[in-house]
Design a protein around this ligand. Sequence first.
Ligand code: UD1
Length: 362
Amino acid sequence: MTLIHVVGARPNFMKASPVLIALDDLGIDQSLVHTGQHYDASMSQVFFNELGLPEPDRYLGVGSGSHAYQTARLLEGLEDDFIAHRPEAVVVYGDVNSTLAASLVAAKLEIPVAHVEAGLRSFDRTMPEEVNRVVTDALSSLHLVTSPEAIDHLEAEGIPDDGIRFVGNPMIDTLDRVVPTLNPAETRGRLDIGDDYVLVTLHRPANVDIPSRATEIVRALHAASERSNLIFPMHPRGRASLEAAGIADIDRLVLIDPLGYFDFVGLLTDARAVITDSGGIQEEATVLGVPCLTVRPNTERPITVTQGTNQLVEPAELPDALDRALSTDQRLRDRPPLWDGRAGPRAAVAIADWLEVLRREP
Ligand code: UD1
């Protein structure tokens, strides 16, 4: 076995798909392991079907739990898998717990790791994803970078230049491939949504797990719903705590189940704005020219603020920020560099070159 790709959670799937397709075109032998960090059909299977990802070769069924519990199960499952299949190298994506676990297991087995979306930093270690990013990058030997500032972060952490390749953003390859095929009007009709709305996604622990913060968020959403219809597909993590904080499915705040990628991106394309705490949606909104209000004190994707449509807001600022976003004429700007729909092929070439170098090493 040449390569094992490890995916596990919703945001991994749209990053992995273009890289797998391009490596397949280069004839590289590869297999896909799904850890089962996300397991509900709406959080996992629907993405495989829509993105044309091959069925995973192995599914580890790790499931949910505390960070330690989940990571421990990931480590055990991935160690068995890597020992059984002995890949020449492992490819990991993004910043979820499956990413961290796969890089740690591989490093201990002396299997080289390539990290897709390396070098992003929020410099906020209270975010579990930031810990995952820092550890994964320290353990990886090939760092595939989506945005130029990531190169500086990696260099500052002592990563050698020859282990860094700026390939662009593979998630945008997936977006570009899918957008022309979408039918947002059909999605709206099926979900009984009008054509004038703001999309909402909030699920980060820092926003939904702390009751006082969840209450602040719910208050801000109710106030924002007086300015615009809000459509909120709820991640399972957020639902219980936001309901406990009093979120109500009212006329102008419509709470729905999580959506598949086609439905979500379709609704995003036509939205007047998006309110989010996701990482990937900041990037997608930038490329689609949709105003994005990110309810976080920081972002590991600053290029979406400096060259995109993104703005960081506190919950209390949300209603006014939404008013401003809705009244400002947004124009599509130039995309960030190398967010051109060709990142997957560049990543594949970088991985193939790296494998050649690994094979020459004693
Ligand atoms: C994970 C990622 C986060 C990413 C998010 C996207 C980490 C540390 N976090 O967060 O970066 O933005 O995925 O969705 O890896 N659950 C279900 N069904 C599922 C999966 C989860 O109901 O299929 C519920 C469970 O109650 C679970 C909770 O969601 O306890 C959290 O799941 P987990 O995988 O731990 O983290 P996410 O919040 O999904």
